[in-house]
Design a protein around this ligand. Structure first.
Ligand SMILES: *Cc1c(COP(=O)(O)O)cnc(C)c1O
Length: 378
């Protein structure tokens, strides 16, 4: 099996060996019978350690990212937390990209800082700033989100990974916005890929989940140990739903991309919109880089109004775009980051202005989406 769409449908989805069910069953069992003490069947003992439905999903996630090992968690943040715990000790230091999901900043700034792990926000597009921020022996991770949430900044994964490697630092890429269909960070030299599978991988706004994919067996073992010993695993049902959703990832992403492109171009032509942030617009500063490291520009479009009042007014007027946190589902959503998804970043270096609105462009008919945005702009 070579092509992405084919692997998304078939990896670890063989028909059931006993009865031929084309869709493998959900293994809703918390424990497995042992054939004598220590006589494990297929390595399974207890659900927190491993569950067949989770194993299948983890294999699919690793395969699609072009990695060796996948791990599934109960949320995107649970996966991120496991990465930090597995790689950092008190006294260590983490570099965070200058635009990223507010919850990632909060995790490092509130939880891990209290445990003695220092973190700082650095402009990853500035080589000098990045090199200067690396503390020899202390810096363990450079955390990159590209495209970033919510400003859609594009960072050069290959370049950052190269600098990180020179200093013995691991590069983490949060690939939630792009998904492995559009971007595979491990191929550009990243060490760790994280996902909120709640978003495009889940794709239907009905699952909370996270994933981590790596190539290095030692790193995998460290993160797997946290997954097992701290226990933030995803349930068999959530794993099954996520795996089912992944089968349509390619067609969904194609439609998200083409709809988002139309939305971005439409908004870009509106006098009442100050600026549109979408890497698919040739005017976007990351457009050329995005073309190099992605095979499409994704389904998220952000925009800036002249005032916070105008931004909130727009959020209150859309009908098809539902005002809600989250993104990546088949239905279109609208979000005011400053007071919703990124409220925890207020007063921090990654604070998002109140004039910014983020759209998660769904896969509805684009004419209906454009009509809704037009009426909301009045
Ligand atoms: C939502 C999100 C997360 C956090 O994932 P949860 O599943 O909500 O824990 C992390 N990174 C990005 C880019 C996100 O959008």
């Amino acid at each position: 099996m070579s092509e992405f769409e084919t692997r998304a449908i078939h990896v670890s989805q063989d028909p059931d060996a006993n009865n031929g069910a084309v869709i493998p069953p959900i293994y809703m069992s918390s424990t497995h019978k042992q054939d004598g003490v220590g006589g494990l069947r297929d390595g399974f003992e207890y659900n927190r350690a491993a569950n067949p439905t989770r194993t299948a999903l983890q294999e699919a996630l690793a395969n699609l990212e072009g990695g060796k090992f996948g791990l599934s968690f109960s949320s995107g943040l649970a996966g991120e937390d496991a990465v930090v715990r597995a790689t950092c000790a008190p006294g260590d230091h983490v570099i965070l990209g200058s635009d990223l999901y507010g919850g990632t900043f909060r995790l490092l700034n509130r939880i891990h800082r209290a445990a003695g792990i220092d973190s700082e926000v650095v402009d990853l597009s500035n080589d000098e700033a990045l090199r200067a921020a690396i503390k020899p022996g202390k810096t363990k991770l450079i955390w990159v989100e590209t495209p970033s949430n919510p400003m859609l900044a594009i960072f050069d994964i290959a370049h950052i990974s190269k600098i990180a490697k020179e200093h013995g630092v691991l590069t983490v890429v949060d690939n939630t916005f792009a998904t492995p269909y559009l971007q595979r960070p491990l191929e550009f030299g990243a060490d760790i890929v994280t996902h909120s599978t709640t978003k495009f991988l889940g794709g239907h706004s009905d699952i909370l989940g996270g994933a981590v994919v790596v190539n290095d067996p030692e790193l995998h073992e460290k993160i797997r140990f946290i997954q097992f010993a701290a226990g933030a695993v995803s349930s068999p049902f959530d794993c099954w739903l996520t795996h089912r959703s992944i089968k349509t990832l390619a067609v969904r992403m194609d439609k998200h991309c083409s709809n988002a492109q139309q939305v971005a171009e439409f908004l870009d032509a509106q006098a009442s919109v100050e600026q549109v942030y979408y890497p698919g617009l040739p005017s976007h500063p990351g457009h050329e880089l995005a073309k190099k490291q992605m095979s499409g520009f994704g389904g998220i479009v952000s925009l800036r109004f002249a005032t916070e009042k105008a931004a909130k007014n727009f959020c209150s007027k859309t009908k098809l775009f539902t005002l809600a946190e989250s993104l990546g589902g088949v239905e279109s959503l609208i979000n005011h980051p400053a007071e919703m998804t990124h409220a925890s970043a207020a007063g921090s270096p990654i604070e998002v202005g109140g004039e910014i609105v983020r759209l998660s462009v769904g896969i509805e008919n684009p004419n209906d989406l454009l009509a809704d945005l037009a009426q909301a702009l009045g």
